[in-house]
Structure formats: structure tokens, C-alpha cells
Design a binder for this molecule. Structure first.
Ligand SMILES: [Zn+2]
Ligand SMILES: [Zn+2]
Length: 154
């Protein structure tokens, strides 16, 4: 399992491998020390049961999606189709636009799921971290507030 630790102070993302993660890592953004406490199960890559950063056990699943990538495909499609449109080749223009949308859809479907900690937003990638329930706004509100109060950000 790959863990992207989110620094509680500056939100920098720090990638670590669960199998050989140290007890403490130093944040590259603000220089603070972040204590990691990995459960047996997370370290062995069996299941995601407890967050090593905040100790929480509530996670949600989302697609491992880089919004910039999808947008680039659409923009390139629009630019190319605009050029054809300019030369009165409407049909070609529309098909290119349709193709770009389709490529986007395919990219989206091929994306893998990852789990995110509700409290500290640490991300977990790997086959054993793909079964978290969908995001719930109410849960997020409650747990984020609880966590931010705990670390003194509110
Ligand atoms: Zn930091
Ligand atoms: Zn957490």
C-alpha cells in the first residue's frame, strides 16, 4: 500500500510505502515532524483499518483522477475541432469533439479507486485500499472539524 501523508500543518503531500514506513517523517514543506503509527494490517498490506497519521478509522473512496489530464484532452479536442469548424468542415469538427469526450470517458473508467482519510486527508493507494464507501459530506464536516480542533487549527 502506498500512503500519501498529508502534513497537518501545511497540507504538503508526503509519499511513503506502508511496508517500510518509519515512525516519524519530516515534512518537506514546513519541516515539522509527523509521527506515523501504522497498524499491523496496514503495514502488511492486508486492509486499511486505521490511519497512520491521525488514528482515525473513517475513509472514503474516490477515483484516482488528475483533473488537469482530463481537461487537457477536452481542450486539445476543442482547439482542433475549432480549426476544422473555421474551414467549414463542421462534421469533422463535431466528430473530433465527440472523440475527445469519449477519450475522457475511457480515461475515467480506467482510473483506479483510492481511499482518503476523512480527518487528515491522507491518501491510500493499492489493491487493499479500494473498497471504501463513497464520500459523505456530513461525515466529512463532523470529522474534519473534530480533527482540526484536535490539532489546534480552529
Ligand atoms: Zn508541513
Ligand atoms: Zn488520517
Amino acid at each position: 500500500m502506498n500512503v500519501l501523508v498529508k502534513c497537518p500543518r501545511c497540507d504538503a503531500g508526503l509519499p511513503v510505502k506502508a511496508a517500510d514506513a518509519p515512525d516519524v517523517i519530516k515534512c518537506g514543506g514546513c519541516g515539522c515532524d509527523i509521527a506515523l503509527s501504522l497498524s499491523e494490517s496496514v503495514r502488511a498490506g492486508r486492509a486499511l483499518d486505521r490511519c497512520p497519521v491521525c488514528g482515525g478509522a473513517d475513509f472514503y473512496g474516490r477515483k484516482d483522477f488528475d483533473p488537469k489530464m482530463g481537461l487537457t484532452v477536452v481542450i486539445v479536442g476543442i482547439v482542433i475541432s475549432a480549426a476544422f469548424y473555421w474551414f467549414k468542415r463542421d462534421l469533422i469538427a463535431y466528430s473530433i469533439l465527440a472523440a475527445a469526450t469519449l477519450i475522457d470517458l475511457i480515461i475515467y473508467q480506467r482510473l483506479k479507486d483510492l481511499s482518503v482519510c476523512y480527518r487528515c486527508h491522507t491518501e491510500f493507494r493499492g489493491p487493499e485500499a479500494r473498497h471504501s464507501p463513497a464520500f459523505d459530506l456530513h461525515t466529512a464536516d463532523v470529522l474534519e472539524m473534530e480533527y482540526e480542533r484536535k490539532i489546534g487549527r480552529r
